[in-house]
Design a protein around this ligand. Structure first.
Ligand SMILES: [Zn+2]
Ligand SMILES: [Zn+2]
Length: 249
């Protein structure tokens, strides 16, 4: 097995935002690929995993065409990232019922590997789908909205989600859950452009060859995280939904 060496402060590790959305697929996002890259560059993030929603709520047209669009949105975003000197990796955020799960280590080819859409899978089936492809399944924001985390037997990791819209990142609960069930913890901004961008992520070794090595690295032990503690005042001020409400009243 490949040994990963990370040496902080020596320019050999890179900060990756593990959870971001672009509007070409994620209908709740306000960000074009260029908007996303500008924001990440401005706060000195080195790379990101594009985790657009894979959910019936975001499906437009036929499934086959939509999956093609999903791949093309990633390719467009990756090209844009290269122009900004950022590294882009492919990922997915799959909705199962009321919960969301991030897949790391999947590649665009995985979009076409199933005979029915992944949102129809059970968690166990999705976990198997990931593992058959040497990918990992991470529970996105397990405590959002008073949520109860999914069955740990079918999880590899859990996420500290720093989306300021939700006013808290539940880092204590997530860390405790991970420790209890021997899961790793990731961190991402869930940036949609609807509120200020949280500066956060996972420190990854420089020169990862791609998604497969990302999964290998996450499997090799708990990575170092940059966690953002949400500023509720700033969240309130930058929340576009509040702004629209203020305009109406
Ligand atoms: Zn969204
Ligand atoms: Zn998300």
């Amino acid at each position: 097995m490949k040994v990963f060496k990370t040496e902080r402060g020596k320019g050999k590790i890179k900060l990756f935002d593990m959870h971001v959305h672009t509007k070409g697929i994620s209908l709740c996002s306000r960000l074009s690929a260029g908007d996303l890259c500008r924001a990440l560059k401005e706060d000195q993030t080195d790379g990101f995993v594009l985790t657009n929603h894979y959910s019936p709520a975001h499906l437009r047209g036929s499934l086959g065409q939509w999956l093609k669009n999903y791949q093309e949105e990633y390719e467009r975003t990756a090209e844009e990232a290269e122009r900004w000197g950022l590294r882009a990796l492919f990922g997915m955020e799959v909705t199962l019922g009321t919960r969301d799960f991030l897949l790391y280590g999947v590649t665009p080819e995985c979009l076409y590997g199933s005979e029915r859409p992944l949102w129809e899978y059970t968690l166990e089936e999705l976990w198997e789908f990931a593992h058959e492809r040497e990918a990992l399944l991470v529970h996105a924001h397990p405590y959002r909205g008073g949520g109860v985390p999914a069955d740990f037997r079918y999880l590899d990791g859990v996420e500290i989600n720093c989306h300021p819209l939700y006013l808290q990142n539940a880092k204590e609960e997530v860390t405790a859950y991970a420790k209890e069930h021997r899961l790793f913890v990731t961190c991402g901004s869930d940036y949609h452009g609807d509120v200020y961008k949280a500066h956060c992520g996972v420190w990854l070794p420089d020169g990862l060859s791609g998604e497969k090595e990302l999964a290998m690295f996450l499997k090799s032990g708990q990575p170092e995280l940059l966690v953002h503690d949400i500023d509720p005042r700033r969240a309130e001020q930058t929340n576009i939904y509040n702004r629209n409400r203020r305009k109406d009243s």
